[in-house]
Design a protein around this ligand. Structure first.
Ligand SMILES: Nc1ncnc2c1ncn2[C@@H]1O[C@H](COP(=O)(O)OS(=O)(=O)O)[C@@H](OP(=O)(O)O)[C@H]1O
Length: 349
């Protein structure tokens, strides 16, 4: 006995009608297409797209991974109120974490587009930095960092984290999270030039790790001060002249050492603070002058740097960096010194 179903009958009739069959197929294709479109939109919204970031060189496109765009947005976060205010050139002799950076550059606040190492491939793990370029501001720290990060053993965060001066309360995990991933044997680095003149920085870095290598780019303090001043002048054209800020009394030649541009250049004084926490052989001095006059020559020292950073002696011997020194209060008093073994460090003495 044949079972008769009205539903089966209407389906049968529907299927054998060519027009209706085409309509059914079209509807199915349409539904599949809508489904695919929906899935694609959902997927694309989770895939990181290019991010435009403001840099000192203008707007640039960063190939944003999720991690990188996270870093960029964090570092591009609205500046704290005190960061917006530039003061009247009166600064404490040594900056404290809460103090304002009078001559700070915009670039200090804006992350470099290559905030993550270009070699970073997503593998490895984030580590706290083993080496930090702690200063000096306008010494050539950016150039040095960019030179160093060319080396495959060095991974550096491009933006200045300002952890040990402005963001310390965020904690070490926050700081670690800013770092690029590294593989075994690779060195994590960062640079924040204001650490050098921040009173709390040496103790804080030492608390993180007493083995941290410190790199200081030193430059003739007078040239450094002019560079610092020029940067501020470009943002605030109506500030007083360099001379009137430098001298307390032009006739006697008495220098106003409370002006931050001069303060920062009294290297020996700041160095004393660091030497309370770190031995001299853990601090590497680099010539800011050489970074300008012979950057290729400094690039040649990259191998030395990695040996220094890894606590190893280079097979070719001990690296020697000749540094021109001068006394900010007596610019005629210049000389040279070799690093390491820099017993003649007389900057600002
Ligand atoms: N190789 C190379 N390439 C480009 N620029 C170089 C280089 N070496 C040093 N400099 C000079 O370094 C000065 C900026 O120093 P910093 O990077 O430490 O500045 S900052 O503190 O990060 O704002 C800035 O100095 P001034 O030009 O006198 O302002 C740069 O010119």
């Amino acid at each position: 006995m044949e079972y008769y179903s009205p539903v089966f009958h209407s389906l049968h009739a529907f299927w054998y009608s060519p027009v209706k069959r085409k309509l059914l197929l079209l509807s199915i294709m349409f539904l599949v297409w809508v489904y695919m479109l929906y899935s694609c939109v959902g997927y694309c919204s989770t895939v990181p797209g290019p991010v435009m970031v403001d840099t000192p060189r203008g707007k640039e496109t960063a190939p944003a991974t999720g991690r990188r765009s996270d870093l960029v947005s964090r570092l591009l976060a609205k500046p704290q109120p005190w960061e917006d205010v530039e003061s009247d050139y009166e600064e404490p002799s040594v900056r404290t974490a809460a103090s304002r950076d009078l001559l700070d550059a915009d670039r200090d606040r804006v992350p470099d587009p290559s905030a993550m190492s270009s070699f970073s491939n997503g593998s490895g793990s984030k580590k706290l930095p083993q080496a930090i370029i702690i200063g000096v501001k306008k010494g050539g720290t950016r150039a040095l960092l960019e030179f160093l990060r060319v080396h495959p053993d060095i991974r550096a965060v491009g933006a200045e984290p300002h952890f040990f001066d402005r963001n310390y309360e965020n904690g070490l995990e926050w700081y670690r999270d800013l770092m690029p991933k590294t593989l075994e044997g690779q060195i994590t680095m960062e640079k924040t030039p204001s650490y050098f003149v921040t009173r709390e920085a040496p103790a804080r870095i030492s608390a993180m790790s007493r083995d941290t290598k410190l790199i200081v780019v030193v430059r003739d303090p007078v040239t450094r001060a002019i560079s610092d001043y020029t940067q501020t002048l470009s943002k605030k054209p109506d500030i007083p002249s360099f001379e009137s800020l430098t001298f307390k009394n032009r006739t006697t030649g008495l220098i106003d050492t409370s002006w931050s541009a001069v303060q920062i250049g009294i290297y020996a004084k700041h160095l004393d603070n660091w030497l309370q926490y770190f031995p001299m052989d853990q601090i590497l001095f680099v010539s800011g002058e050489r970074l300008i006059s012979d950057p290729a020559g400094e690039l040649g020292h990259l191998t030395y740097f990695t040996y220094f950073l890894k606590d190893q002696t280079h097979p070719w011997g001990i690296p020697v960096f000749t540094i021109r020194v001068s006394d900010v209060r007596n610019p005629e008093n210049t000389g040279t010194m070799n690093c390491p073994g820099h017993s003649q460090l007389v900057y600002g003495k």
